[in-house]
Design a protein around this ligand. Sequence first.
Ligand code: UD1
Ligand code: CA
Length: 479
Amino acid sequence: MTAGANQGAPSAQAQGAESGGFTAVVLAAGKGTRMRSDRPKVLHALANRSMLGHVLVAVQEAGASRLAVVVEPGRDEVVREIERLAPGASVHPQAERLGTAHAVLAARAALEAGRDVVVAFGDTPLVTAETFARLRAPLREGAAVAVLAFEAVDPTGYGRVLTESGRVLAIREEKDASQEERAVRLSNAGLMALSGAHALSLLERIGNDNANREYYLTDAVALAVADGLSVAVVPVDEWEAQGVNDRVQLGHAEATIQARLRRAAQLGGATLIAPETVFLSVDTVLGRDVVVEPHCVFGPGVVVGDGCTIRAFSHLHDARLMQGADIGPHVRLRGGAVLEAGVHLGNFVEIKNATLHAGAKASHLTYLGDAEVGAGANIGAGTITCNYDGVSKHRTTIGAGAFIGSNSALVAPVSVGAGALVGAGSVITRDVPGDALAVARGRQLTREGAAKALRETLKAAKAAKAAKAAKAARAGEPD
Ligand code: UD1
Ligand code: CA
């Protein structure tokens, strides 16, 4: 991918022409002032994927065979995100922000192929692949332009779709609309599909003779009508067409995406006991018969196998659980946690960069980091792998069937062999061979009757002190 170049994914392009693919132009050159953020608006995330990422994925799923993204010059973070999620896309800087049609023409090099064009907005992240496909569909039936529109509850701020006996005539931007036109509630969602045969000729004729002195993409509609071409209106739900301009709208969009992800998880066979309290990432995978208790958070990179139970208040990130693992409440899984089949983790257990083999258990208050725990091993309450010496991280290896007594510290690098037993309260600094018993703590000293004797000595001393104080008080009294 090269900035401003026309060499985006030539192979995809060739393939697209045969399979009837289209060119998606994603406009992402917004300023995003109202986000009050140092980060470009389109990189703000929903369910742990940037808004731009959601749009790039949706248009690709809808069959875009060529992808062109229009960006503000110098936004390297945006370019990196495009490279990550749509490696074949071409990037087109828009030097001046002169309107949506001007922005589409910034990607002109990607439009030459004469294929259908679908325009998407990087800050309108809820539009589904299915809707993009519906928007494009009328082009196959001869429409030159298709616009996505909804009956707005309050159309203020939107371009109005003007019709006459069911035929679309034009889209009028709010600022340019007459009183009568402003009363129209059919509103333009902004996204548009243009047929390959007409796209460039329409776009090139758009002028800027309007209140904003901007080149409006929406003017393609009146131009098409004047040419005697047909324009289709494709309906969309208002909430799906919502753009994100500030953090309040970002919050609303997050709620919508979460609702979709939960529903997909439920339809896929997972039980979410209180779905509205479970937060998922776009890439979260929950298997069949997974049960998720209330208040769990799934960060990116989590795959949960069939039949697992995630108990309340657990937080998972970059972790893999296999068949029947049962974790929580209050478990934290961090980067590189792998729990094999039937692993059990109880309350307040944290796992980082560690593999627990089948059937291993850590039931309470444990930290296992940079570790490997053998099948069926039992990790007692309060066990800690001391994996960091202040400079480097070190590994702990625990063999199959080993038993680590409660409140043990395993000072890495160290290994405990298969079937070995570590006594409670041990600080293990040297390797323990398989089947050995290691105890590393002060020896216990027991003296018969010593507690009672000590108690009597202390009581006698206290009584003597009180008697002395009473005598002193009497001596000081007046006669
Ligand atoms: C646009 C539509 C309006 C519709 C509304 C829906 C036009 C002229 N108007 O208006 O009919 O009701 O969306 O939300 O299209 N952008 C660029 N470069 C530019 C201008 C815009 O990249 O020079 C991008 C923006 O970052 C944004 C998108 O295009 O993602 C839409 O632009 P915006 O200025 O928000 O258009 P609206 O005025 O909301
Ligand atoms: Ca807008």
